[in-house]
Unconditional design. Sequence first.
Length: 199
Amino acid sequence: MKIVADVAATNTEYSDLFVPRRITHPMPFFGDPTTAQFATIGVNPSADEFGSGRWPSSVTVQELDARCVNYFSNPVPPNDWFHGYEDPVNKNKALNILGHSYMRDTVHLDLSPRPTISMGTLSKTPVLRTLFLKMASTDMQWFLSALALCSNLKAAIMSGSVTNAHYFDEFLRKHMPSGYTLKLRLRSQSDGEPRRCTT
């Protein structure tokens, strides 16, 4: 994965966004993009993914790729964050309702592959928020590269905001590179009421 070297080459620019002394790795996708028929889309991985001995201190590029592709079938259980979309106990989650599963046909993609401090912390600090928005915009190239691998993809869900300052779809429209467009079939407000989208 060329992304490992390219991300590492620019990490110093965004070092204020990282958890001090925590070794992390870029995560371009969670699950197998080449077989996925459905996707969830988020902002970026959490640095918590690399806490509590979940990862070895060093991995080869090949090991990282295998860990990403097999993320949901690894001996190490997925980060609890993914229960927001699919939960074996609470079946009232989006993927459960739609009949999709990370274990079967769903991949997760992020705008940026870099694990950072929490979004809540970023939102309280204007300087860090601005730096994060720059990172997410610049790193969108990696999101689009991962999306291009999803040749069987039929639909995707994205939710939330980027640093609580921009709705997800608005951020994408504003920062999408030339030649790309975004069309949504449905957009829901935080109260759950759907509203019509413009494309």
